[in-house]
Design a protein around this ligand. Structure first.
Ligand SMILES: NC(=O)c1ccc[n+]([C@@H]2O[C@H](COP(=O)([O-])OP(=O)(O)OC[C@H]3O[C@@H](n4cnc5c(N)ncnc54)[C@H](OP(=O)(O)O)[C@@H]3O)[C@@H](O)[C@H]2O)c1
Length: 251
C-alpha cells in the first residue's frame, strides 16, 4: 500500500515553486520521496529549506517562463544538474484583470504565454525524455475557470479553459506511451494570485459563502492531489481534471 504513493527515486520539476501552490506541491512531492527541480524567476530559498528538511535533493533553475524557445533548454539543464524529470508540474501562472471591453493585447499575450504556451512546450520537452522510459507524469494546474467563465479575466479564463483541453489532448496522445497527463483545478486559495479578490471585501465574502467547506483553501490542501497524480496510485488515470475546491463546483 505505501509504495502506491511513494515517489522515491523520482525527480519532480515544479514551475513557480518559490511561493503559493507551487511551493506547497513541491514540498509535498519531496515529503513523498521525490527530488525537486524548481524552475522560476525568483529564488526559492524557503522551498529549498523545506525540501532539504524532508531529506530530498533540491535544484533551482532560473527562467522567465514568459519567454519563447526556452523549454528544451530547461529540460536539458535539469538533466545536467539532477535528472530529466519523471514528474512535471506546470504550476507557474499569472492573472491580469480588466473589463473585456478594455482588455489589452499585452495582458492577453502575457497570460497566454506563461499559463498555456509554456505549459505545452515544457510538457513536450519533458515527454520527449519520458517516452523512451515508457513512464512519466505531467500535472497541469487548471482552475475553476476551466469550468466557469469568471469576470474581468479574459486571458486567464481562456488559458485555464485551454489547459483543460490540452490536458485531455496530451492524455489521448501519450497514455499508451506510459505517460499520465492530468490536471488539478484548485478552488479559491490564499496566495498572491488572489490578493486582489481577497482585498475586495464584498467579493471575498460572496466567494466564501459559496464554498461548502466554509473556508478558503490553504496551499497545503493541494499536497495530497499532487502526490496522487505523481505516484503509481494514479497509473490508470488519464486526462482527468481533479477539482480541489472545498466543494465549490458541487454548489
Ligand atoms: N490561488 C488560487 O486560488 C488559484 C486557483 C486556481 C488556480 N491557480 C493557479 O495555480 C498556479 C499557482 O498560483 P498561486 O496561486 O500559487 O499564485 P502565485 O503565488 O502568484 O504563484 C505563481 C507562481 O508562478 C510564477 N511565475 C509567474 N510568471 C512567471 C514567469 N514569467 N516565469 C517564471 N515564473 C513565473 C511566480 O513567480 P514569482 O513569484 O517570481 O512571480 C510564482 O512562483 C497558477 O497557475 C494559478 O493560475 C491558483
Amino acid at each position: 500500500m505505501s509504495d502506491l504513493f511513494s515517489l522515491a527515486g523520482r525527480t519532480a520539476m515544479v514551475t513557480g515553486a518559490n511561493t503559493g501552490l507551487g511551493q506547497a506541491m513541491a514540498v509535498a512531492l519531496a515529503q513523498a520521496g521525490a527530488d525537486i527541480v524548481a524552475v522560476g524567476r525568483s529564488a526559492a530559498t524557503g522551498t529549498e529549506a523545506a525540501v532539504r528538511a524532508a531529506g530530498r535533493g533540491f535544484h533551482f533553475l532560473e527562467a522567465d517562463l514568459g519567454q519563447r524557445h526556452i523549454s528544451g533548454d530547461i529540460i536539458a539543464a535539469a538533466r545536467t544538474c539532477a535528472a530529466a524529470p519523471d514528474i512535471l508540474v506546470n504550476n507557474a501562472g499569472i492573472i491580469r484583470r480588466n473589463d473585456a471591453l478594455d482588455f489589452t493585447e499585452d495582458d492577453w499575450d502575457a497570460v497566454m504565454d506563461v499559463n498555456l504556451k509554456t505549459a505545452f512546450f515544457l510538457s513536450q520537452a519533458a515527454a520527449r525524455e519520458m517516452v523512451p522510459k515508457g513512464a512519466g507524469k505531467v500535472i497541469n494546474i487548471a482552475s475553476m475557470l476551466s469550468f466557469q467563465g469568471g469576470v474581468r479575466v479574459a486571458s486567464y479564463a481562456a488559458s485555464k479553459s485551454g489547459i483543460a483541453g490540452l490536458t485531455r489532448l496530451l492524455a489521448n496522445e501519450w497514455a499508451a506511451k506510459g505517460i499520465n497527463v492530468n490536471a488539478i483545478a484548485p478552488g479559491y486559495f490564499s496566495t498572491n494570485n488572489t490578493e486582489a479578490l481577497r482585498a475586495d471585501e464584498a467579493r471575498s465574502r460572496s466567494i466564501l459563502e459559496r464554498i461548502p467547506a466554509g473556508r478558503w483553501g490553504r496551499p497545503s490542501d493541494l499536497g495530497g492531489a499532487a502526490v496522487f497524480l505523481a505516484s503509481p496510485a494514479s497509473n490508470y488515470v488519464h486526462g482527468a481534471i481533479l477539482p480541489v475546491d472545498g466543494g465549490w463546483l458541487a454548489r
